[in-house]
Design a protein around this ligand. Structure first.
Ligand code: C2E
Ligand code: CA
Length: 596
């Protein structure tokens, strides 16, 4: 095309809009800088207007705010939803920049975002919270992209804001659900460990502290009073812990009857204060579905940044090992606890197969003259790798896996074989064993092999083990063999007294919580006295458990107990360390005072 020297006005005719644009481009390429008039066919104009209208209607129908701006940041188009966001109609938007619409702060933010997009080119997606003109707050995802001409030059940008408020609410709710224990509403293990990790990583003068709390008697409560009461109990305990932490701290239920507390930004003395409050609170009865129940818990406390949870766990283990219902603070050098259940099961199975389990015997004596009237067989396991493992740790693993059945059979045979050492041999039997068909046959076999007279064997069961017909039938068969039945941890379950009428019980072993408070002369003492009397009336021997002091032994005798068991009287010891039968004088046999 030949050069047109400085024309001022040109008319360009075309069939449609695209044709007109192409011609104008050509014209400009010649250096033309005057006014170009475009002559278009009427239907082409109509078509263009129609298309524009349709596009506008289409974006107006979309509930997400949509807008476009030119390269100078001037709004060129927007939809109805965008008007609602800004709060003015489009004629007050189009033709202006962000500075003509928003407050300076917000305009600066948007201008900077636009600049970043122009610099980077392409598309931009980001989430932000925005406030609509009506004051409502929305979480949105911005989808922005540069507009280019057909040569790729940037001519502006377009944007859309997708409302994700509902999704975010849902996500937060899901996160909450993933973070909380559905029963108690406390934080769960996942959230707790996350918070501990965060607290440990946060710099500051006061390192965080963790309390691991393990309820001592929960299984008993669950088994004797039922799961519903158990659930209420866990909820109540959560409430107790929350109250004790009124001034802050995270309460979590890590699973089952394990709770945990995280304390942050507190000086040592204030952590001590909280620990004392928690210990005191857990010693008071709580109301669980109408039942007043005292939580009793073992507590491990640790503070610091390195290995915080592991240290708390070691302290908890030490608390349980020391006889439960204790609070122990972590000290460096404390024995490490191995909590790998699968590994425990494998090692225990091997120990049983290799005949490496042993039995300790704890004397049951007559309070009057300390004559040994029986011994209770207590299983012991020393793992080569981890040392002595407490029964409270490995028995639940054995019970859950079913290994308790062969393990129990081993205990039964070994105890019957050793049975000559005392007038009576008490053997603990778990619920799971009792329900197994053939349990009575196994007892009969153990008696036959050992030659032990059946009436010198006492099978100890807890109320928990008697909640179904199969278990009761098993107990009657054992009674028919001539062996005796002892009801262990008597007095803490609701069904205790009723059970005495149903089950052929020869001995009741009264739960150690009664002994613990026997010298206080409160309601515990009154109940303990009534239990002794009731047993007497029924011709049942009552044994007081957990006697740890001479004062307790005296008081128990005063209120009518004739038999007792406990560390004060004799610790569980290997058979070889025992006086075969008869009189035990704790002062004369220092070996009996040694920890097992
Ligand atoms: P349990 O039947 O209540 O046995 C008495 C437990 O109390 C023993 O713990 C004993 O060491 C401890 N103890 C004795 N005197 C005192 C005292 O004065 N104060 C305190 N605080 N504790 C005392 P151990 O040996 O750790 O056994 C724990 C539980 O494991 C036993 O509780 C029993 O239920 C179970 N268990 C032990 N051996 C066997 C077994 O061979 N088979 C089954 N199924 N369970 C067993
Ligand atoms: Ca027992």
């Amino acid at each position: 095309m030949s050069r047109v020297p400085h024309p001022t006005r040109v008319v360009v005719a075309a069939d449609d809009l695209a044709g007109a644009v192409a011609k104008l481009e050509q014209l400009r390429a010649t250096g033309f800088d005057g006014v170009a008039e475009v002559l278009l066919a009427a239907d082409a104009v109509q078509q263009a207007a129609h298309t524009t209208h349709q596009l506008q209607t289409a974006i107006d129908n979309i509930p997400a705010p949509i807008f476009s701006k030119d390269a100078g940041g001037v709004y060129g188009a927007c939809n109805t939803a965008f008007e609602a966001y800004v709060g003015v109609s489009r004629d007050r938007i189009i033709g202006r920049t962000v500075h003509g619409i928003w407050s300076k702060d917000l305009a600066d933010v948007y201008a900077a975002a636009d600049r970043a997009l122009f610099d980077a080119g392409g598309k931009q997606v980001y989430d932000a919270a925005v406030v609509y003109a009506d004051g409502s707050r929305h979480e949105v995802t911005f989808y922005k992209g540069v507009l280019t001409d057909e040569h790729g030059a940037v001519t502006g940008l377009s944007g859309a804001m997708l409302d994700i408020t509902e999704r975010r609410v849902l996500e937060r709710r899901l996160q909450e659900l993933a973070d909380t224990d559905p029963l108690t509403g406390a934080a769960n293990r996942a959230l707790f460990t996350r918070r501990v990790d965060e607290a440990v990583a946060r710099p500051g003068d006061c390192p965080p502290a963790v309390l691991l709390i393990d309820l001592d008697d929960f299984k008993g409560i669950n088994d004797t009073l039922g799961h519903e009461v158990g659930d209420h109990f866990l909820i109540a305990v959560t409430g107790v812990l929350r109250d004790a932490l009124a001034d802050g701290g995270l309460v979590a239920r890590l699973g089952g009857d394990e709770f945990a507390v995280l304390l942050e930004d507190r000086a040592e003395a204030r952590i001590e204060q909280v620990v004392r409050r928690v210990v005191a609170a857990l010693a008071r009865p709580v109301e669980a579905a109408g039942h007043p129940l005292t939580p009793r818990a073992s507590i491990g406390v640790a503070r610091g940044r390195a290995d915080l949870l592991r240290h708390a766990d070691i302290a908890l283990y030490a608390a349980k090992d020391g006889g439960k219902s204790r609070c122990v603070h972590y000290r460096p050098g404390m024995r490490t606890r191995v909590i790998d259940h699968a590994a425990t099961l494998t090692a225990l199975r091997r120990a049983l197969a290799d005949d490496r389990l042993t039995l300790h015997y704890q004397p049951v004596v007559r309070l009057g003259d300390r004559t040994v009237t029986g011994v209770e067989a207590l299983v012991r396991w020393t793992d080569p790798a981890r040392g002595p493992v407490p029964p409270a740790e490995f028995l639940p693993v054995a019970e859950r896996s079913g290994l308790i059945v062969p393990l129990g059979e081993w205990v039964l045979r070994a105890a019957c074989r050793d049975g000559g050492q005392a007038p009576m041999t008490y053997v603990n039997v778990s619920a799971r064993e009792l329900r197994e068909t053939g349990f009575a046959d196994r007892v009969a076999t153990a008696l036959a092999i050992s030659g032990l007279a059946p009436d010198r064997l006492v099978i100890e069961v807890t109320e928990a083990a008697m909640d179904d017909a199969a278990a009761l039938a098993g107990l009657h068969r054992i009674r028919d063999l001539g062996a005796r039945i002892a009801l262990d941890d008597f007095g803490i379950g609701r069904a205790s007294v009723a059970l005495l009428a149903e089950v052929p019980v020869a001995v009741v072993k009264v739960h150690r919580s009664f002994t613990e408070r026997i010298t206080e002369n409160g309601r515990h003492t009154a109940v303990a006295r009534a239990l002794a009397r009731l047993a007497d009336d029924l011709g049942i021997d009552a044994v007081a458990k957990g006697v740890e002091t001479a004062a307790q032994a005296r008081r128990l005798q005063e209120i009518g107990y004739r038999h007792a068991q406990g560390f004060h009287i004799g610790r569980p010891l290997p058979r070889s360390d025992h006086v075969p039968a008869g009189h035990i004088d704790p002062s004369a046999r220092p070996g009996l005072g040694c920890p097992n």
